[in-house]
Design a binder for this molecule. Structure first.
Ligand code: ZN
Ligand code: ZN
Length: 217
């Protein structure tokens, strides 16, 4: 499984950085886009540099309704795409999506989205969010948007799919770093407050996140 960071607070290889997050997952020739960053023009330019067209994206999964995750939607919507959102998304966003995509699927509980790619379902008491759980050769890889429900809560929910081998995405204020002990891959992106600390604490395991980064798991 290949993960390509399309949008992040950091960038490399000539891509643009901006506050937000988007990651493309490629598995068996199929492509799923997780979140879309904040700006459709930045996302479009980053996609162009990486040679990705919107029509190649079969499925879009949106973690939560914050602007830095759904702001780039206009760069990737197309009539054949299927979009997964937490059921708590506002009626206005759902309406816009229904008008522009093949199908809108509302997520409440855990389910499989594509072969080897699952959603935790909608989690959190405050800001509701779904995360993805990917079957990889290092075990389950958890992919988060901002991890508003708490990365520990998300990891607990992800374990129904198997042992967790890695975590990636925005971890927000997550500070129970010891819960990351024993993982094979840790990729703190976007809003992760303790990014530097995580990179220093897990050398060889933690990988710096940036738009343009490609990770094979
Ligand atoms: Zn957020
Ligand atoms: Zn965010």
């Amino acid at each position: 499984m290949k993960l390509k960071v399309m949008y992040d607070n950091e960038a490399e290889g000539g891509l643009e950085s901006d506050w937000g997050f988007s990651c493309l997952i490629e598995e068996g020739g199929r492509k799923l886009l997780f979140d879309t960053g904040a700006s459709d023009s930045i996302l479009a330019r980053n996609m162009e540099k990486l040679g990705i067209t919107r029509e190649e994206i079969e499925v879009i999964a949106l973690s939560h309704e914050h602007w830095d995750h759904i702001g780039g939607l206009n760069a990737v919507l197309h009539p054949d795409v299927v979009v997964y959102v937490p059921t708590s998304f506002t009626a206005a966003t759902k309406k816009k999506l229904r008008r522009n995509v093949a199908e809108l699927r509302e997520v409440s509980g855990p389910e499989e989205i594509m072969a080897g790619i699952h959603t935790t379902g909608e989690l959190g008491a405050g800001i509701k969010e779904q995360s993805l759980v990917l079957d990889t050769r290092i075990g389950e890889m958890v992919l988060t948007g901002c991890a508003h429900p708490g990365l520990d809560t998300i990891m607990d929910a992800a374990r129904i799919f198997g042992d967790i081998g890695g975590v990636m995405g925005g971890f927000h204020g997550f500070d129970k770093l010891e819960l990351l002990n024993g993982l094979e891959k840790i990729i703190p992106c976007h809003c992760t407050v303790r990014k530097t600390e995580i990179l220093e604490r897990y050398p060889g395991v933690a990988v710096k996140c940036a738009a343009g980064k490609e990770i094979e798991v």
